[in-house]
Design a protein around this ligand. Structure first.
Ligand code: NDP
Length: 315
């Protein structure tokens, strides 16, 4: 297997990975960054980002990531396509396998692999994958112009996706399992005031049906209660927005994670229990999961990497 030695390896290309690359590049660490499955990360599937400081009019998620990528490139970050498929963090230098056929030996590792959308776990989600089921409204909403769609979830993502889809579709059902939305107040208001969005509180989806793609969903209202109600609704598209799973699997044998899989770091720092290995962004953040907090932790990780290398006399 081909082996390459580097001082600073960054895995992942969301705001955390790119920001780490900007800082590591400016600190002359010659960082190598592998972009992973979804170059640019989750923000490439979002619409307008209104809360990233510095953009009073907002900016599109893909544009923000393109700008961060260009900024990292400007300071010499070596940005590559490739997916980290295995890790050996038993001793330094740490070994990361890329695409199963190349090994990077690195003195410092910044894990910024983010998180991936969750599904309900229904067989029908697999059956209709690419045929009406999606976890990305921005990617697939276009196919549902003037059609009826459902979005599952009650958080900010679900509200954001419902609002985005309402701009295209004729009707959007927001299916929420609790009697309230978990989303921020402003998003709740926007959903409530949108004439095309109907919120179905205390509803669970138990299945999907259709001949050549999704044509409807089976619902249970107030599941398990004396007044439980089961019925179906016709929908053309079915969007999941029920949260994310941190992409930490290949590091789990070596690092501590919580029960969901978020990598545990020192409080307020991106340091893991292994010296020289840092975790930044959503893969280590069950609390905030914002672009700006991810960027902040990417910055911290690069600063820590620089200090570690300096203390070891490696730079
Ligand atoms: P959240 O974890 O906040 O919300 C997930 C939602 O999905 C909850 O309503 C949850 O229900 C529901 N859910 C989870 N599992 C199931 C299931 N099996 N069946 C039905 N419903 C289910 O995730 P989000 O992705 O919405 O947000 C993640 C973070 O990102 C949050 O901190 C959010 O504020 C932030 N965010 C911010 C945005 C912005 O500021 N512009 C945009 C998007 C996200 P329940 O409430 O019952 O647990």
């Amino acid at each position: 297997m081909e082996i390459e030695k580097v001082k600073c390896l960054i895995v992942g290309s969301g705001p955390a990975g790119y920001t780490a690359a900007i800082y590591a590049g400016r600190a002359n660490l010659s960082p190598v960054l592998y972009e992973g499955l979804q170059p640019g990360g989750q923000l490439t599937t979002t619409t307008d980002v209104e809360n990233f400081p510095g953009y009073p009019e907002g900016i599109s998620g893909p544009q923000l990531m393109e700008d961060l990528r260009a900024q990292a490139g400007r300071f010499g970050a070596d940005i590559r396509f490739g997916i980290a498929t295995a890790s050996d963090l038993s001793k330094a230098p740490y070994k990361i396998t890329i695409d199963g056929d190349k090994e990077i030996e690195t003195e410092t590792l910044i894990i910024a692999t983010g998180a991936t959308a969750k599904y309900l776990g229904l067989d029908d989600e697999k059956k209709y994958a690419g045929m009406g089921v999606s976890a990305c409204a921005t990617c697939d909403g276009f196919f549902y112009r003037k059609k009826v769609v459902a979005v599952v979830g009650g958080g900010d993502t679900a509200c954001e996706e419902a609002i985005y889809l309402a701009g295209l579709a004729s009707k959007v059902y927001l299916v929420v399992r609790k009697p309230y939305l978990r989303a921020s107040k402003i998003m709740q208001e926007r959903v409530r005031n949108h004439e095309k969005i109907e919120v179905l509180f205390e509803h669970n989806v138990t299945g999907l049906f259709g001949e050549n793609g999704v044509e409807g969903m089976s619902l249970v209202k107030r599941w398990g209660e004396p007044d439980e109600e089961r019925y179906t609704l016709p929908v053309d598209g079915f969007f999941l927005a029920i949260g994310h799973k941190p992409n930490s699997d290949i590091f789990k044998p070596y690092l501590d994670t919580d029960e969901v899989g978020y990598i545990i770091t020192t409080p307020d720092k991106p340091c893991t229990k292994i010296p020289g290995v840092f975790a930044a962004g959503d893969v280590a953040d069950p609390h905030y999961r914002q672009a700006i907090t991810a960027a902040g932790s990417g910055c911290k990780a690069a600063i820590e990497a620089e200090r570690y290398l300096s203390e070891k006399g490696l730079i």
